[in-house]
Write a protein that binds this ligand. Structure first.
Ligand code: PMP
Length: 286
């Protein structure tokens, strides 16, 4: 059952509320995580908490719970929900302030944990792959709002998504401000050429996905070459395979980009292998 924890108390979907003076709402001032649990186990909670605390540090936000308290709270909220497979959204905002943006007016950050479910794509998109378009809107410049911060400010990615919706495609590929391909609206990007699995490096300004890191490990275990390297659209158009990774979507192929058919036009063998390996890893619970 959907279970929501806010600053020490449990609520259901209808009773869970935050203040209209919360700077998470007013200014997008806060950070979050999207986490999955499979078969009663939370997948890579440590990696998600590392990223949450790093994101908070980067925006100078003191998380009111220690890491151990946060870990225990997430585990308790998940157990309380009695859901086996779930999507857990952890949010820490600057807290309740006034209508000015000064964060000093926010006395205490707000911590929220929502245990629910999510499904991004229907099965046919996994079977045939996604049709994508390069968005005209780039992700944030890395020295402005670092894309490595998983912040509550997702407007660049949402504007990209809106471009994709307007063009009736499934998903968008977003560029960074240097013109390299960066990520999808909420997923990391990989290409496969000559059995080598390639993905942009985090320092180039992307969110370092927990799924991305797991897939890189799995690719190495499977004996594929892996390389973290900046790429441009040419590299994707001419790749054997392109796929996307994320907590909600797991591993999903891109079979068309900007009107070009990628590889054979169907999800390729490396993508399918890594998707199966990821599913096995996640459901095993490491
Ligand atoms: N990039 C962006 C912009 C995202 O929002 C996400 C989803 N958190 C990802 C990449 C994938 O990260 P993860 O594998 O940790 O879900």
């Amino acid at each position: 059952m959907t279970t929501i924890w806010i600053d020490g108390k449990y609520y259901d979907r209808d009773s869970a509320k935050v203040s209209v003076f919360d700077h998470g709402l007013l200014y997008g001032d806060g950070v979050f995580e999207g986490i999955r649990a499979y078969n009663g186990r939370i997948f890579r909670l440590d990696a998600h908490l590392d990223r949450l605390y790093d994101s908070a540090k980067a925006i100078n936000l003191d998380v009111p719970l220690t890491r151990a308290e946060m870990q225990a709270m997430v585990a308790e909220a998940y157990a309380t929900s009695k859901m086996q497979d779930s999507y857990i959204r952890l949010v820490v905002t600057r807290g309740v302030g006034d209508l000015g943006l000064d964060p000093r007016k926010c006395v205490r950050p707000t911590t929220i944990c929502i245990v629910d479910t999510i499904r991004l794509w229907p099965q046919d998109r996994y079977d045939r792959g996604l049709i994508c378009l390069t968005a005209a809107t780039p992700i944030s410049h890395k020295e402005n709002l670092s894309p490595r911060v998983k912040s509550l400010n997702y407007l660049a990615h949402i504007l990209g998504k809106i471009e994709g919706i307007a063009a009736s495609v499934d998903e968008v590929i977003m560029l960074d401000s240097a013109g390299f391909v960066a990520e999808a609206s909420g997923m990391n990007l990989f290409s496969v050429s000559d059995h080598s699995v390639r993905t942009p490096p985090p320092y180039s300004g992307i969110l370092r996905g927990v799924t991305r890191d797991a897939v890189l490990e799995l690719a190495q275990e499977a004996g594929y070459g892996t390389v973290e390297i900046p790429q441009n659209r040419y590299d994707l158009y001419t790749a054997d395979e392109v796929f996307l990774t994320g907590t909600a979507a797991e591993v999903i192929a891109v079979t068309k980009l900007d009107g070009r058919t990628i590889g054979s036009g169907s999800p390729g063998p490396v993508t399918r292998d890594l998707a199966a390996r990821f599913k096995a890893l996640a459901t095993r619970g490491d």
